[in-house]
Design a binder for this molecule. Structure first.
Ligand code: DAH
Length: 403
């Protein structure tokens, strides 16, 4: 005959501080907490017990887990952290904090809510349960059904579609490419040779463990959508006109105007006899379509390894109309200059065509222009949002404003 003895859970001392033992110990702690909170939940709502007994049970549960001196949450520090070897202390401390941050507030809330129920008379609890039974067991078909909230397009996606739409009307098609990219497409074929200083401007996030491969095959998170220029030219012969929306990553800490993950839209047109005049005309038209027919465009010389010549495109500030002022206040989005930088662009560098020469892109025969813009920044300006992070936090109250 086997006898099962059920012993109440206690926080154990840890023999070794290996990852496996810690994981198991945390899982065990959480399981005990979950089991005991469901048990107390049932008892507190049991009308067969008197309010005094129910309150007493709840108090015992609270003291056992949350008690100041001898609560099980407190034991985590006494038994795990204090005895941890010096090199594991930081890690164990973080683990305990994580457990406390996720589980403590829930238990405190449970005790608070159940305290109200424990105090009720048994009759009151019975009537609550009767009410519960009615609502769970019968259906009132005269009530309106449960409605799923209708979602809406995210403001960044909306901006992206709008920009892409302007170019589609001009005959551009849409191309896409991978977010995890090779060094070859992100840099080399875009005329950033190995060790070229222009690579430093891209704050690249590299995938670990790629050291054994030749440099051009090493993986990274693409820092721009420009690699898809090469990928598309490898697949399609000229003439081509494409726009490329997509996610890119850079090692930029998040703040009101930066994010390690953001979106770009790239453009590329290649044909015979494409000139800088075509670039200017196309982008001037697109900016007017996007920001209104009264905006003016302005090109300033710049540098990108894959275009020559290169330029930055500015439009007159569509917030202040180019005056640099809003009433008597300075206009912040354009820093009072009256101009806003919207994208980088230029004529495709012949060195780039060399990499896809065999697919019909002989630099002596074809020419083209390219451009790339930051979708998120344009969405910020368009909607007058002053913190980029709001776009990524998924707070429904913010997103509903765009529904
Ligand atoms: N890829 C550039 C960046 O992320 C932006 C860019 C500039 C794209 C000029 C282009 C271009 O296609 O022609 O900084």
């Amino acid at each position: 005959m086997s006898v099962q003895i059920i012993v109440a859970y206690t926080v154990p001392k840890l023999a070794d501080y290996s990852e496996r033992e810690l994981d198991e110990a945390v899982a065990h702690f959480r399981l005990a907490l979950k089991t005991e909170s469901s048990e107390i939940d049932l008892k507190v709502c049991d009308p067969a017990l008197t309010p005094a007994v129910r309150q007493d049970l709840l108090r015992k549960f609270r003291d056992r887990w949350l008690g100041r001196k001898s609560g099980l949450f407190g034991h985590l520090n006494d038994l795990w952290l204090k005895n941890a070897p010096p090199d594991r202390k930081k890690h164990v401390g973080q683990l305990i904090n994580e457990v406390k941050q996720t589980d403590l507030p829930q238990i405190e809330q449970l005790v608070k809510e159940r305290d109200l129920i424990a105090r009720q008379s048994s009759d009151a609890i019975r009537s609550l349960q009767v009410f519960d039974d009615v609502t769970t067991e019968s259906v009132d078909i005269t009530l309106p059904g449960a409605r799923r909230p209708i979602g809406a397009e995210h403001p960044i996606l909306k901006t992206s579609r709008e920009i892409v739409g302007v170019f589609q009307k001009l005959g551009y098609s849409v191309a896409e490419g991978p977010v995890v990219e090779t060094d070859y497409y992100n840099f080399e074929a875009l005329n950033f040779p190995p060790n070229h200083p222009a690579r430093d401007t891209q704050d690249t996030l590299f995938i670990a463990g790629q050291g054994a491969k030749p440099q051009r095959e090493r993986l990274l998170l693409r820092t721009h959508t420009s690699p898809v220029q090469i990928r598309t030219m490898e697949k399609m012969r000229p003439p081509i006109r494409i726009v490329i929306p997509g996610v890119v990553h850079r090692n930029d800490p998040p703040d009101a105007s930066h994010s390690p993950m953001f979106n770009q839209i790239e453009g590329l047109a290649v044909d015979t006899n494409i000139t800088f005049g075509d670039l200017k005309g196309t982008l001037d038209y697109a900016m007017k379509a996007l920001f209104g027919s009264s905006v003016k465009t302005h090109f300033r010389p710049s540098f990108f390894p894959f275009t020559e010549p290169s330029a930055e495109l500015y439009v007159t500030c569509f917030i202040c109309g180019g005056s640099g002022k809003r009433g008597s206040d300075p206009c912040r989005p354009c820093k009072q200059t009256g101009w806003i930088e919207v994208l980088g662009c230029g004529m495709v560098d012949p060195n780039v065509f060399e990499f896809v020469k065999d697919n019909g892109y002989d630099p002596k025969r074809v020419s083209g222009f390219a451009f790339g813009m930051g979708t998120d920044r344009l969405a910020l300006l368009k909607y007058g949002v002053d913190d980029l992070q709001l776009f990524f936090q998924g707070d429904v109250r913010f997103l509903e404003m765009f529904g």
